[in-house]
Design a protein. Structure first.
Length: 94
């Protein structure tokens, strides 16, 4: 846990993703909320995805992902990722 606390405390904007795993009750949600708050304090952008949004079905991943970030029907994952990337670049966050 010490190493994890060190990584959280020294959050660096050059690291553009975090994956937090662990058994139930180990504090994943608490750590995730802390990370999101630290990221937002630095005026960085964050997309937070809960694993409960996904069911392990890779065939429908695109649909599940788009639904989890509230994208209206009719858009493809490629379109959304391109738009997210463009948006991040326009904010100098990419």
């Amino acid at each position: 846990m010490n190493e994890l606390n060190t990584n959280i405390t020294s959050y660096n904007t050059n690291n553009n993703h975090k994956i937090i795993i662990g058994n139930a009750g180990t504090g994943k949600s608490h750590i995730s909320a802390h990370l999101v708050n630290k990221i937002r304090e630095k005026k960085d952008l964050v997309i937070f995805l809960k694993s409960k949004s996904f069911n392990g079905d890779n065939l429908n991943f695109d649909e599940l992902f788009l639904r989890s970030i509230d994208v209206p029907l009719g858009y493809t994952l490629s379109e959304i990722l391109r738009n997210l990337n463009s948006f991040a670049k326009s904010k100098n966050k990419r």
